[in-house]
Design a protein around this ligand. Structure first.
Ligand SMILES: Nc1nc2c(ncn2[C@@H]2O[C@H](COP(=O)(O)OP(=O)(O)OP(=O)(O)O)[C@@H](O)[C@H]2O)c(=O)[nH]1
Ligand SMILES: [Mg+2]
Length: 309
């Protein structure tokens, strides 16, 4: 399958993503095999409130990149219903015009059910697309929950979309989102109040910025007509370059990813060992009947380094 990825076979791409998402046997070996072919793609995170124009803008940015001769992968993170566990917007997300273009690959991902955690799953999918030869990978997600914010943070550059006429839209945007933005876009600039929103954002970013650090750009777009998109893409390129040259930033990203994989995989390994030898069931009963406390159980597991027998 990794071979297929390197030969740019679309079917291998779709299959490998599914296998890795589902953590099927051999997924880690697959990731290891493609890893040497990764590191070239530029990863853009796009977030904003529901209906802000994320998908429309993603499509327009994609068109602009395709025109410049780049290949693009899109990961549409789809908020899942807490009740059905399935994707709420899946059908709508799949119906996008750019998905039919040569050089574009679109993949939806639900916020629930990612076995390795949502942000690690997104990182893995990014790498598979990267190894396949995508020059850009865009992760699009509604900036509402912690999970969504965490996933967009894994990108190299984060774009935050606001719109006029949503009451106090800046107020409505979670402070957490403002903090992670590298570039801010006031979309639906054809509507009244766009200038005011842009002004408010600049003022707010001014306050939030550390002395001496560069202020994030605030741009205006009309996503459905494409107005402002070429300017936005130019700013994006500058931002990618400056981040790529920022060693500290890249070190932080590697550290975060390594920590995430380690915490997840080691915890899973230890839990499985503990369950397999029946110790978990015994511990549950012991805690239930007040013979032990959960902290000493966990300390015991750590102390034994996962060797339960
Ligand atoms: N007037 C105007 N409408 C826009 C603009 N950009 C997007 N829209 C419209 O706004 C609606 C929502 O756009 P989407 O791109 O689906 O927004 P989204 O943020 O992806 O929405 P969710 O995925 O549901 O959160 C669509 O009907 C778009 O046509 C714009 O710049 N101006
Ligand atoms: Mg959308």
């Amino acid at each position: 399958m990794a071979e297929g990825i390197r030969n740019e076979e679309i079917r291998a791409l779709a299959k490998m993503i599914t296998r890795v998402e589902n953590r099927e046997p051999g997924w880690m070996e697959g990731m290891r095999a493609i890893y040497p072919h990764t590191g070239k793609a530029r990863v853009l995170g796009i977030t904003g409130s529901p209906g802000a124009g994320k998908s429309t803008l993603t499509d327009k940015i994609t068109l602009e990149l395709i025109e410049r001769g780049f290949q693009v992968g899109i990961i549409a993170v789809d908020p899942s219903s807490p009740f059905s566990g399935g994707a709420l917007l899946g059908d709508r997300l799949r119906m996008r015009s750019v998905s039919l273009l040569d050089g574009v690959f679109v993949r939806s991902m639900a916020t629930r059910g990612a076995l390795g955690g949502l942000n690690q799953a997104a990182r893995d999918v990014v790498k598979i697309m990267d190894a396949f030869g995508k020059d850009f990978v865009i992760i699009e997600t509604v900036g509402v929950g912690q999970d969504e914010v965490a996933v967009v943070k894994t990108a190299d550059v984060v774009l935050v979309i606001c719109v006029p006429g949503q009451g106090d839209s800046i107020q409505a945007m979670k402070a957490g989102i403002m903090e992670i933005g590298d570039i801010f876009v006031v979309n639906k600039a054809d509507r009244e109040g766009a200038d005011q929103v842009a002004e408010d954002m600049r003022a707010m970013l001014e306050l939030g910025c550390k002395e001496g650090s560069p202020k994030p750009a605030v741009l205006r777009t009309v996503a459905n007509t494409g107005e402002g998109v070429p300017e936005l893409v130019a700013v994006l390129f500058e931002c990618f370059d400056s981040h790529a040259n920022n060693r500290e930033r890249r070190e932080r990203q590697v550290r975060n990813e390594l920590t995430a994989i380690l915490e997840h995989e080691v915890a899973k390994f230890l839990r499985e060992q503990y369950e397999q030898c029946g110790a978990m069931e015994k511990a549950v009963q012991d805690v239930l009947y007040g013979k032990r406390d959960p902290y000493s159980v966990v300390q015991d597991i750590i102390g034994r380094g996962g060797v339960m027998v």
